[in-house]
Design a binder for this molecule. Structure first.
Ligand SMILES: [Zn+2]
Length: 164
């Protein structure tokens, strides 16, 4: 029996493949979900912490838009081509929409989580300097915080001499 190496090279699946199979985006083995749409805490195979994953309402939006466009297109075409009674149209189109959304939500959510993993996406975080008007767009904001310049010193350092 060999020791587990400290650094493991993962043969990560494509995000689409991980998504369609609802698997961990790093190893492609562990299950992503603990429930229907509830993410597991971490990967059971490679231990990846799924805490980074938060696609919010992205999956719902994409699935709702995609499925309803598709269903309405097919519905419209059959309504014109075959003119079925309205009760039959409603009895097929509405369940098709609900079923289509329920089937697609899991893989789409898993796919978006895999994309987040690949692109290391996260909440935007803004560094505050604690006052307005300093640390503008032309200078390194972190340098401004460290040097703690006054607005006048800042203008001078940035070459924005008011006298000029
Ligand atoms: Zn994994």
């Amino acid at each position: 029996m060999s020791m587990q190496p400290a650094a493991v090279a993962y043969r990560s699946p494509s995000s689409l493949s991980a998504g369609l199979r609802c698997r961990c985006p790093r190893c492609g083995e562990g299950r992503l979900f603990a429930g229907y749409l509830t993410l597991a805490k971490s990967c059971e195979a490679c231990g990846l912490d799924f805490g980074f994953a938060d696609p919010a309402d992205g999956p719902a939006f994409f699935v709702m838009s995609g499925v309803s466009l598709l269903v309405v297109a097919v519905w419209g075409w059959t309504a014109v081509a075959f003119q079925p009674p309205i009760w039959l149209q409603l009895a097929t189109a509405l369940p098709a929409m609900v079923a289509g959304c329920l089937v697609c939500l899991r893989p789409v959510k898993a796919w978006l989580v895999a994309e987040q993993f690949v692109h290391k996406a996260g909440e935007g975080e803004w560094e505050s300097l604690g006052r307005h008007g300093v640390g503008g767009f032309t200078f390194d904001r972190r340098a401004a915080a460290v040097e703690n310049l006054t607005p006048a010193e800042w203008d001078a350092a940035a070459g924005r001499d008011k006298a000029a």
